[in-house]
Design a protein around this ligand. Sequence first.
Ligand SMILES: C[S@@+](CC[C@H](N)C(=O)[O-])C[C@H]1O[C@@H](n2cnc3c(N)ncnc32)[C@H](O)[C@@H]1O
Ligand code: SF4
Ligand code: SF4
Length: 362
Amino acid sequence: MIKFHNNEKIKKFIKLFFSKNGLTVQQILNVVIYKISPKRTILNYDPVTLIIYPTDRCNYQCPFCPHHTRLLKEKYPYFHEPVEDFTLEKFKQVVDLFPKTILITFAGVGEPLLHPQLFDMADYATSKNMYSQLITNGSLLDDEKIERILDNPNFYSVSVSLNAITPEKYAQSFDGRREIFEKVIFNIKNLVTKKRERKHPLLEIAVSFVIHKKNIFQAKSFIEFSEKLGADRITFLNLIDFGISGFEKENQLYEKDLEIKRYFEELKNFVKNRKIKVDLPVLFKDKIEKKCQWFFKNLSIDGAGNVGGCGRVMNPQPEYGNVFREGKNVWNNSYFQKMRKIFISPHEELPECCKNCVENRC
Ligand SMILES: C[S@@+](CC[C@H](N)C(=O)[O-])C[C@H]1O[C@@H](n2cnc3c(N)ncnc32)[C@H](O)[C@@H]1O
Ligand code: SF4
Ligand code: SF4
């Protein structure tokens, strides 16, 4: 999912306007209307971002991820039932429905690089003046795929979910095979080197780390390690509570936990004046505020056309709507109206997942 970080927003936006295949006036107006419009249940602008779930297949089994974890419905009602892969034709249909969208994120609950036509999709988005972002575990990022990324001037970001700095920790986090870590590290370095050689005008290479109470003290080492890799950015992803044992809300980061707070203050100093950009995690405040913007800016879509608006927990589901059945109206369908009302009205109670989400606790 994209984050336009506050102090970089304007600079980036200007860059996106003036680059080759840059944003159209129509796209810019759409973002402006999104920014200045009051929150309403029915929106008069198109989704600013689309999250595409290219495939629900994955070659990893990360212990904190709901991809492969069958949980009780009461604990996690948003389990994403696997559907067919997106096809290129269906992807084109979606992009053509929402020509004012500016950014496509290829992510979802699966490994996007398993999709054989992922880069054809990104190239089509570029032909429509959109930008692409890829979130990947990095294991399949070979020379050919790197070339396809670098051939596309609108490839905005590749974020590799690394989560560890040693083969031992990586093996614990992933599927037990230590040698995969070396491969992923090689792939990241290869991307960094080739990006420098090819002088890609835009691409940002990020590495991410799902952070929680048990691993926060590895944060400084992760920063040093990622800097040596040559990444442009580190994104610390606050743990999402999907109801998975060992990764529940008790393990999230709370401001009131004094040991965590002290380390976090050190971390803030540690990242000052570094070349690499660091998106620090957020320490949850006690107060829950309805700040989340996702249902007002984003449409998530899986290969069957099912939709969702949330970029974190509530994955696309058939009962939320279907873009191939409802067309453009899906963006203002009864589900989206209901969810927006929850965020607008002070009297509507938030779903449990939104109460424990970084979006409303910062
Ligand atoms: C679900 S994955 C899909 C893309 C790809 N398979 C990957 O791992 O990058 C998208 C992102 O969600 C993150 N993620 C998975 N489970 C999470 C959790 N419980 N809390 C926070 N982030 C999580 C992953 O680390 C990854 O960066
Ligand atoms: S690689 Fe991504 S989708 Fe697959 S299990 Fe890990 S976090 Fe989940
Ligand atoms: S607050 Fe709710 S809707 Fe927003 S990202 Fe978090 S879980 Fe999704």
